[in-house]
Design a protein around this ligand. Structure first.
Ligand SMILES: C[S@@+](CC[C@H](N)C(=O)[O-])C[C@H]1O[C@@H](n2cnc3c(N)ncnc32)[C@H](O)[C@@H]1O
Length: 216
């Protein structure tokens, strides 16, 4: 278990952020990448933000293991504290980048991956940073089990249609697709809302959803 960290050890000028970083480091479910030992998990969410989607998924499926990954530990600690408060032991929070996914899990061991409301990076020159760029899709294919699933939710039509094009061009099969998830008959577990999803739905932006599998 990581040792207790004094918030004052962090060289961060804003006090509130310093406090949130300490909460990340002191939570038994939170790991820096170097503290995490690679292991098979059932579900990974990349760019998980506050991690509450993973917490709800984990609460609904106690027999499965979940990992919420984000570069921002001060966001992840919110879900981690909710998970501890609810007594969950099947969800972890790892501070890492999407391109480091092969260091998190053994090859072809993950049942499903979620990308929820990834940063759209609308400028053409930033397309390489989108989490649905073929660079990332190839890395996801390396860690998913044969027949494993990639689930994507997004509010932004341009990002979503670009992502569908990348999936098809990278030889993924589209198994389920909806341009308004919450008005569709698709599985209720997909409809658990993330923080960004709540925000965009409140502004009238429907959730677009795709479930894809990699052709092996
Ligand atoms: C728009 S927020 C969405 C958060 C959450 N999925 C939700 O729906 O509420 C995007 C998140 O992706 C994270 N992120 C962006 N690029 C990343 C990368 N390369 N690896 C890991 N996380 C990343 C950001 O830190 C941010 O928390």
């Amino acid at each position: 278990m990581p040792e207790f960290i004094d918030p004052n050890q962090f060289i961060i000028s804003r006090k509130r952020k310093k406090y949130r970083f300490a909460r990340f480091h002191n939570n038994p479910l939170c790991f820096e990448l170097y503290e995490w030992s690679a292991r098979p998990v059932d579900y990974i969410e990349i760019g998980a933000g506050n991690g509450m989607f993973a917490v709800e998924q984990a609460a609904g499926a106690p027999e499965r293991s979940f990992v919420a990954v984000d570069v921002k530990g001060d966001r992840l600690q919110i879900g981690a504290h909710a998970a501890v408060a609810r007594g969950l032991t099947n969800v972890y929070f790892v501070r890492a980048r999407a391109d480091q996914i092969a260091e998190l899990v053994p090859g072809h061991s993950v049942g499903a991956m979620w990308l929820n409301f990834s940063d759209p990076y609308p400028k053409k020159r930033s397309a390489g940073r989108r989490l649905t760029h073929p660079y990332f899709l190839n890395r996801y294919a390396q860690v998913l089990r044969p027949g494993g699933s990639l689930y994507i939710k997004h509010d932004n039509p341009q990002f979503f249609s670009w992502s569908l094009e990348q999936l098809v061009a990278s030889h993924w099969s589209l198994k389920e697709l909806s341009f308004d998830l919450h008005d569709s008959p698709l599985d209720v577990s997909y409809k658990i809302m993330t923080a960004y999803e709540q925000k965009w739905l409140a502004q009238g932006l429907p959730t677009q959803f795709v479930h894809a599998t990699i052709n092996t």
